[in-house]
Design a binder for this molecule. Structure first.
Ligand code: SF4
Ligand code: SF4
Length: 330
């Protein structure tokens, strides 16, 4: 049996991008393998759940858990890995804040089932059968985990020591965290975000910032932004003001707006409402003097009408972890 500390990775409701980010460590993956016994990782290894259950409690040094909690199976695995691990790290937007799967919280479970299994044009389901917790078939009983009413963050079902943000986190930041843990240096207090900056992304974005005044909003495909100039000042919703730094601003550097995957910076509880508040102060409503309240309101309304997809723009990665995350219909 290996004497190396044990490392586990688990994916719940996620796309696999966090595993790709880990593989993007390139040759450093060999250092990771040298330092740890990577003993659980469903996308790479066939370790069985019963083997994890058989371990002593707290015998896994670190579990890197990515993905949101969509089903009872995800919550059960979070509980099991919590019990078996000395350090549980939420990796990526989905585990940290619900991520893109969390936008499903805008719909009820019934609506999701209806769209997926009854109205989906690629599904042939003439009898309108919906997934059931238990189905009897000639071979025996088939069971499925409960599909929760809403997507939850990992922190809602388990205590988490640290969070590495990002969709996915930049590989070098995952490595920085591994190195920090291996170094034996004092770690930040439990509950901290690690491997990322504390200030808003705008501070590490090298686009020129002048006075922000927005006269209309554009979706990114509607304009070719001027290079070198702040995207938000050009009317493209760039979430840099309300997003944590640390990624190096690859999206604005590629002439694309930041969509906010690193979550809110330190001191900001709700990324979407912080962004909305910031936008409220930079809308260009023109000359106010001599105009009636109704005229000004109409101008604001017209400006807001050009705002694309509010939930998808402001809460793309963080709806379940936001202050409105628990609201679902039906
Ligand atoms: S809003 Fe976007 S483009 Fe503008 S400075 Fe911030 S990160 Fe850069
Ligand atoms: S620029 Fe924004 S969307 Fe792009 S990686 Fe950084 S935080 Fe994520």
């Amino acid at each position: 049996m290996s004497e190396k500390p044990k490392l586990a990775m688990y994916w719940a409701a996620s796309c696999g991008g966090c595993e790709i980010a880990l593989l993007n460590l390139h040759e450093k993956i060999l250092d990771l393998d040298a330092a740890f016994d990577i003993m659980f990782c469903p996308c790479l290894l066939d370790t069985k759940k019963r083997e994890i259950e058989a371990l002593d409690d707290r015998s896994i040094a670190i579990t890197l858990f990515n993905g949101a909690i969509r089903t009872a199976e995800h919550a059960e695995m979070a509980g099991l890995l919590r019990r078996k691990s000395r350090m549980l790290i939420a990796v990526g937007s989905c585990a940290a804040e619900g991520g893109i799967p969390g936008l499903a919280n805008l719909c009820s479970r019934g609506e999701i089932m209806k769209t997926s299994y009854l109205e989906n044009p690629t599904i042939d389901n003439p009898d309108g059968i919906l997934p059931a917790l238990c189905s009897e078939v000639p071979e025996g009983s088939l069971t499925l985990p409960l599909f929760y009413d809403r997507v939850k963050t990992l922190g809602e079902v388990s205590a988490v020591e640290y969070t590495i943000p990002g969709c996915p986190p930049e590989s070098h930041q995952i490595w920085n965290v591994v190195e920090l843990v291996l170094s034996g240096k004092p770690l930040p207090p439990a509950g901290s975000v690690i491997g990322a900056g504390a200030v808003p992304l705008c501070e590490e974005c090298d686009r020129a910032k002048e006075e922000k005044r927005i006269a209309r909003f554009y979706r990114s495909f509607e304009v070719v932004p001027e290079p070198g100039k702040c995207l938000l000042e050009q009317g493209v919703i760039c979430m840099g003001i309300a997003t944590r730094s640390g990624c190096g601003a690859p999206c604005p550097r590629a002439n694309m707006p930041c969509t906010g995957c690193y979550g809110p910076p330190d001191g900001v509880a709700d990324q979407g409402s912080a962004m909305i508040a910031a936008l409220g102060s930079i809308l260009d409503i023109g000359e106010v003097k001599g105009r009636s309240g109704a005229e000004i309101a109409a101008r604001v309304e017209a400006l807001l009408d050009s705002l694309p997809d509010c939930a998808g723009s402001f809460y793309k990665y963080g709806l379940p972890g936001s202050t409105i995350g628990g609201r679902v219909k039906g």
